[in-house]
Design a protein. Structure first.
Length: 103
């Protein structure tokens, strides 16, 4: 599998991870800041949360990590929680804004 194919699978799987309190996936919420696939197929994802004190933070991050590691050819997955830049609703996709009534 090529790096590009792995990245496509990563995005598809990230669209299946939800904050239990928000009916939109983490990718369309704009919570994923960086996806990096090394030549050795180690994956690193930088992500944030809608709020630093999110009660579901551990659950969401573990869900992301497990789904990344389930991809064939991915050797390892590291999920980094970052808070810069600070997330705001302008980072959401148009689809997410529509779903949440911001459009």
């Amino acid at each position: 599998m090529t790096k590009y194919e792995i990245e496509e699978k990563i995005v598809a799987l990230l669209k299946t991870v939800y904050d239990p309190e928000i009916p939109v996936d983490v990718y369309n919420l704009g919570l994923i800041y960086r996806i990096e696939v090394s030549d050795d197929h180690d994956v690193t994802v930088d992500m944030t949360l809608t709020a630093p004190n999110c009660p579901a933070a551990e659950f969401i991050m573990e869900d992301v990590r497990q789904k990344l590691e389930s991809i064939d050819d991915v050797k390892s997955a590291t999920v980094n929680l970052v808070f810069e830049p600070e997330w705001d609703k302008d980072m959401m996709s148009e689809e997410a804004k529509l779903e949440l009534g911001f459009l």
